[in-house]
Structures are given as structure tokens and as C-alpha cells.
Design a protein. Sequence first.
Lengths: 326, 549, 218
Amino acid sequence: MPNIPNSPIFPEQGSDIARSVDHLMLFALGGLVVFSTLIAVLVLVFMVKYRRKHEGEVGEDVYETNPKSQILELVWSVIPLGLLLILFGWGTKVFFDQNRPPAGAAQYWVTGRQWMWKIQHPNGRREINELHVPLGQAVQLRMISEDVIHDFFVPAFRIHVDVLPSRYTTYWFKATKTGEFHLFCGQYCGTEHSKMVGKIVVMEPRAYEAWLAGEQAGGVLPAVASGEQLFVAKACNTCHRPDSSARAPILNGLFGAQVTLQDGTKVTADENYVRESILNPGAKIVQGYQPVMPTFKGQVTEEELIQLVNYVKTLKAADGAAEARK
Amino acid sequence: MTTSPNPVPAEFPRTHYLNAAYGLKSWLWTRDHKRIALLYLVSVSVFFALGGLMAVLIRMELATPEGDFFQPDVYNRLFTMHGILMIFFFLIPGIPAVLGNFLIPLMIGAKDLAFPRINLLSWYLYTIGGAFTLWALLHGGVDTGWTFYTPLSTNYVNTSVLTVGVGIFIAGFSSILTGLNFIVTIHRMRAPGLTWFRLPLFVWGHYATSIIQILGTPVVAIAILMVAAERMLHIGFFDPKLGGDPVLFQHLFWFYSHPAVYIMILPAMGVISELVAAFSRKPIFGYKFVAFASIGIAVLGFLVWGHHMFVAGQSIYAGVVFSVLSMLVAVPSAVKVFNWTATLYKGSISWDTPMLYALGFIGLFTIGGLTGVMLATLGIDAHVHDTYFIIAHFHYIMVGGAIMGYLGGLHYWWPKITGRLYPVFWSKLSALVIFIGFNVTFFPQFILGYLGMPRRYHTYPPEFQVLNVMSSAGATILGIGYLMPLIYFVWSMRYGPRATANPWNATGLEWQTTSPPPVENFTYPPVVTAPPYTYEAQPAAGKEARLGA
Amino acid sequence: MAHDAHGPSDLAHHFDSYEQQKESATLGMWTFLVTEILFFGGLFAAYSLYRSLYPEAFRAASHSLDIRLGAFNTAVLIGSSLTMALAVRGGQTGKPKTTFTMLLGTLLLGSTFLAVKAVEYADKFTHHHVPGPSFHFEGPDAPHAQLFFSLYFGMTGLHALHMVIGAAILAFMLRPALRGAWTPRNHNFLEGFGLYWHFVDLVWIFLFPLLYLIGRHH
């Protein structure tokens, strides 16, 4: 489908999704124009044509006298309903595309707080209020807030996702155009809400690599490596050890697996599960274990949690020891 | 003109509800629904003026991209208080408490509402709630946005959330009691012969509104109480640190606040049905469809609240369900618009001021409704959620819809309420100025929103300035448009020519008593023998009955 | 509601007949109770959500409540519903003395309920089960147990507030009852208040199992 040229009413299209949202919008806009023009023309024509000619005149009741009136009612209920359902189906399809990242998307992490965005690249590189991404690469953001509800909004990608303080939410895009795009906080978050803005910088993949390798090169630990350090520093490894005498569930191979809890229910060990188990270990006790783990609430920041979650994700079932993914 | 068997009233009554008693006490202790309606008229006008003033200040700040007039915390208080005053203290009570209160007993041939004391109590509760809110305004105001999202409102702001919360809570009970009064009155107090399908559509609209007030308002009351408890007692209903879910608040809030949109628009739709019929001099096309559309909107309105949370982290399948339900609400709304338009066909259309407002309503509501359909579309909402697109959409519904309906109704029944006429030229001019000013103010905001300008932004990127300047210029025109009725209405109360009992030659029981009506509403108990809007040609009678002024 | 019993007649000026007046009062009261159901509904919705999310924490916290006091209070309220119904009956049949006695009985039972509730609340304070900075709970999932107690205080507190308001109105009804203010022709206020009282009892009938009896069948 063709690109819509830059126009004063459509913002820049930074992704394929943006294009499909614009097409959907054009369809809806077409409906709006047709129906509102129809109503406006009819109102104006009737207003003039049936203008009261003399004081004693009354209107003619066409409803009761014409048996087709009820059919007319049916027609103008059913036709809009049909159009609405088409719009609903199309909109839902686009929404699924907006919310379902493809497999193999690069994992970035976003932490929102009053009033800044903190971003971490897959290799551990961090930025504030700026996100550099390579062109043509599917990018998945896992987002969490340290305080109130924020919202990650890039008009060029045509999608908002709220950033909650209670669990991770996901935002994804695949940039199709290099350049700089607005990043806004889309959910009112207090005094400096309108200053919680930044930019997305889409670069050619080579330029991105160069940028990554540029300043601070060598000084940054990959997220996984710093997660491993934290795992030791917080003494997680004294209980969660891959040997038989462990007092806690073995974490190797845990991520993505089904976990059976005390009351028999099963949950999937995803990012939110790991985060909750660190902050509030008693919430979901794994079958066969005692609720002995202390809470780490207040002892780890959201960013440290991200490192830990990242580390746990890398623990493979097969190997005994942790292997940091390069 | 009508087939009513009721005796024709005297042209200019010597005693009526306005001069039956004098003095402040006769107003503050009145149990007459007509006087209580006037008390409301004064109060809602005050809040409308205050809310409007804040809108002017907001538009002034947004004329430039930088924050030059106000500090961000002041700006945030301005839009929060603008929303709270306009929604809870003007739009929700507006048409029901002023026009509904005055007209429902008259339209159904009753002497008063079923519970006159509770009606007065409603006004006092409203006033006390308003006083709390104004007190909070003078002591720093609130900067949470009118939606009070947690945990911002519970743990992160230091402003008068509690005081305003109490104010809204109290005003909410006023709204509940008004709805209760209307439901009982419409069920039990109808004149002989006035069956359900002979009720004016204004009454149907208010009946649907009352259902929402009864069912929705208590839920937002408890949600606000929970926010208050969380702030005061530090117990964690919504605090994520204590295991609460901040999104639960949004569910409770919108369970009420979405239907509340229909509290604002349904009475306006009722007004429009009256105006279109009266100024086309014929029955509403598809009366039963229009009546049931009101009930349909009220019922479906309770099933769509989740469309405010499409991007709030709720499951995408929940989004799908709420999206399709939201689409369904559009059908009864569309039915109404088509039926009003069809009513004009072969009508005898006069271009009197109320009709100009009504026709303006039809156009603006159509655009507001169709953009609402866009917002119900998941793929579009994900982009325009919480941008100026949504601001434009709900102002088309609430200002272009509810306020146009309110002003149209006020112009239509003003002769009945006060017994006076207002200047024709100025009133028609006001309708035109408001229509133009409104569109210049809010149409650019649709474009701004699609371009990505988020709402509640104190400063914005410079490329949005042109459209913002247009919007601010339009707001100036709109402000002038609103000042005009204020001036000529006040003028007419003293200097306006006397109105006859039925200056528009309209049907409806309210026109079969004197202007203004007597304390007991009717000198003879009215009897109804025909459906509403039964117009019969009587070439000679019309001219005589119409006021000679 | 609409108890315009002053003036020469106990038929309010804007009603045509006693029947219309009575029907209006009854419908008004029922409409009000629908509002009340929705008012409590917000808390019930929060309860359902959190209980389904954190069943273990809710079970553990529920077990710390005193089931005997809860059951006793349930019995007290059912008894008060009976006395209230008899009071209304007294009004319908024109027996002011019966009405007075039964209203007094209702008032006493209602006060008993509130006194027991006060004892339970005091117990929560001594055991640090009141949500807030000093909250302490022995159990695997203390934060979510705190959520349970927030809901416990919210729901029983709102219910107790309704009881207090009801008891206050009852106290003001005693004198008119003795003077025979409610006649077979017009006892709308008495009947309306009776509906309110039964409603408040009914809320407790829901609260008791939801708060006290979680997982007791194990």
C-alpha cells in the first residue's frame, strides 16, 4: 500500500504499523465525511425548502401515513451497524499488530519516573530521555514505572502504552525511517508532565553499532553481567543454587516454564512473575517449598530488578552454571 | 391548535409562582420545583462562568509553545478545576436540575415533583458540595486532573484532593436524589390519560438519565471515598506498593464516568426532540424509536467503560469486547440523528432562535458522535488516546451537544419560566457566534490530536503552534457568544416584552398554563387525550395566539 | 420519605390520593436502595478482584477474625429484622404501643451489634491488624493480608456507618411512635425505614461469609 505523503494532518510515518493506522483512519474519516455531509445537506435543504410559509401552517406527519417508515428505521439502524462492525474488525486487527511483537525482537528496558525516561539497551548501554535504535530492527520495550502511571507515546509509531508501577507492560515497533521522532509521556503524571518528553533516534544499523561502540565503550557492563553481580551481592545465590541442598527453587530453566504453586494452580514464569517473586516472595509459593524468603522490597530499585530479571532469563536448564549471553 | 380539552388560560396572570411570595426566605425555603429550578439556574451559571474563565486562561497559556503565563503547577490546577467545575457542577446538574426540574411536573400535569423537600435538599447538597470545591480552589486547588488517577492522586500530590473529593461526593448525592425524584415522579404522578407513549421525549430523556444517576453515581462515590481513605489512613486499595492495583480505580471511576457522559447528553437529546417537533410543527419521526434509543443508550452506556483503558495494560481481549460494545452505543445515537433529520422533512420549519440552536446541535453532535466511533476503534484509539483528538471529541459532545441543547432549551422555555421575551436579533446572533466560535476552537484540536499533541501539556513542541493559536482565537469568539445570552436574558427579566401562555404555538401541557405558571402549575387538573406533538392546521388561530409584540 | 404529616391532613398537597402518596414513597425507597446496592457494589468488586488474585493471603487473614463474634452479630441482626418487621406491622394495624416496643427492641439489638463490632475493632488494634505503618501480620503474604484488612475495615465500616445512621433515626422515631404518628392510612415513613433496616441487615448477611468464612470448609 502506498505511503501517504507528508500532509498537515498526518504526522510522519515511522513504521509499517503507522501506515496501517493511517489507512484505518482514512477509512473512518471517509465514513465521517459521508455521514456528516449527508446530515448537513439534508438539514440545510429541509430548512430552506420547508421553511414556514405562513403563521398557521403545520407540518405533515409522514411517519404514521407511510407504512414504509418502519422499514426506513430498520435500514438506518442496520447499515450503520454493518459499517461499525467492519470498522471494529479492521481496528481490532490493527490493534493486535500494534500489541504483538514479532519473535526475535530486540529487548530494551524502559523505566519511567517523575519526570524522565530511563532506557537500557540489550547490551547494557543506558540513556535518559533518548532512545537510539537501528533501522529495520523490531524493538520490544519492557516498561515499568517507579512512581505513578506514565505512558510511552511516539506519534510517528501511532501507539500509546501505559507504564504502570505494578507490573511490566510491552511496547514494540520496527522503525522504517531514519531520523528523530518525538517521545511523549501520554498519561498525566504530575507537575512537569509536559517536560517528560524525549526523542527516538532511528539510525542506519551501522551507525547504530558505531554509536553503541562510541563513547563509554568498555565502561558499561551488559545488563546480564550486572545482573549476575547483583545476584551474588544480594546473596540470592546462597539459597537459589543449582545443587540438591538448595532451600529454594532452582532457577535454571525456570524462565518461560510453568510453575506449580502451593494451591495447585499453575502460572507461567514471565518477567512479571520473577519481579513479583523478588518483591513479595509470599504471594506465589512454589509447591514443595516453605515461605522463608525475605522480601527485597525497598532494597532493589526498578532498574536493579530489570538486571536481575534479565539474569534469571539467561539461566538455562542444561548448563549448571550461569552463562551470560553475549 | 391541539385537541386538548383543557381550558385556555388567561393571557397575563396576575399572580404566579414568581410573585406569590417575596424575600430571600421565600426562595431559600421553597419547595416549589419551579423556584428550585431557578436556584439551580443561578448556581450552575456561576460554576459555568468560573469554569469558562479557567478555559480562557488555559487557551491563553496555550497560545504559545512555552509556558509564559503560568507555572506548570498553576496550569495543572487550571485544567483540573476546569474539568471538575464543568463536569460535576455544570454539565451533570445543568439540564436535569434546571430545565428538568422546572418542566417535568408541568409536562406530565403534576403539581410538583414527588418529593419536594428532597428536591430542595438536592439543591442544598449541590451548593454545599460546590462550596467545598470552591474552598479548595481558594486554598490551592487540585492538580490531579479531573479523573483522579491513582497512585498520583493518593500518594504523589500535595493538593486539596480530600476537600474536592468530599465536594464531589456530596454533589453526587444531590444528583442521585434528583434522579430518584424524577423516576418516582414520572412513574406515579402523570396526569389522567398521559400514558408512557404520550410522554414528551424530553421526559423520556430524563427518565433514561435518572436511571444512570441512580446506578452510576454511587460507584464513583465509593471510588472517591476509597481514594480519601487511602490518602488519610494510608490503607492500600490501589497502592501498588501495598499490593493494590492502580488500574482498579480506573475501572470504578469509568464505570460511572462513562455513563455520566450520557447524563450530560441524554437530557440535551430530549430538549432537541422537543425543539425539532415544535419548530417543524409535526410529530417526531419514529417517536418510539427515539424514546427507546434513550433507554438503549442508558443501558449500553454501562457496558462500555473499558474503552477508556485500551492502552492501560488491560488484556487486549478485554479491549476487543469493550470496543464492540462501544460500537453498539453508536447505533441508537445514529437513530436519533436520522429521526430528527427526517422530522424536518415536510415540516413547517421556523427559524426561531431555539431551532437554530437545535440544528447546530444536530451538526455538532454528528461530528462528535462519529469521532467517538473512531475512538471506539482499537487501532485508532491506541494512537489518539489522551491526545487533543479526545479533547476535541468530548467537547463536540459536551459543548456542541450538551451546552447547545441547554441554551436551545433555555431560549425555548424562557418565556414560560420568566413570562418575558428576549430580543430576537441578538439571540439569533448569539446562536451563530457560538456555532462559529465553537468550531474554530475545537476543530483544529482534532488535527492537533492526530498529529500527536498530548492532552494536559503545559508546553508543547513549536510545530503545533499554528493550530493552537487558531483554537485560542476561536475560544475568544466562543466566550463572546456565551456572554450575549447572559446579558439579554438578564435584561429581559425586567425589560423584555410580556410573553403569552404559548408564544411558539407549541403542543405540550407546559404551554397550556400561564406564563409564568401559577404555584400549583395548573388552575384545572389537566387531562391528556392525544399523543404528543399533535398539530392540526388552524390558519386563523395561530396568528392570534402568538404574541403581538 | 415525603412524610408531610403536618398541617390539617397527612396527605401532602401535591398528591391526589393516599394511594398515590404511598406508591410514591415505596418506589422512592426502593430506588434509593438500588443506589445503596451499587454504593456497596464498588467495594464488593474490589473484594472479588483481590480475593481471586491473592486467595492464600485472604484465607490466612480471614482466619484471624473471630468467627464466634461474627456469628453472634449475624444472629443479633436477624433478630433485629424481626422486631423491625413487627414494628411496621404495629403501624399497619394501628397499635402504637407495639410499634414503640418493637422499635425500642430494634434499637437495642442494633446497639448490641455496634458494641460487638467495637470490641472486634479494638482487637484489631491490639494485634496490629489495622492497615497502616504499624501493620503487622504473621503469614507468608503480609502485604496482601493488609489488603484484606483494608477491605475488612472499608466494608464493615461502611456497613457500621449505615447502622449508626439507622440507630440515630430509630431513636428519633420512638416518641412519634408512642404518640401514634403512624396510622393504617399513612405509615409510609415507618415502612420506608423498615426497608432500609432490612437492607442493612442483608448487606451483613453477605459480608459475614465473605469476610469470616473464607476457606473454612477445609
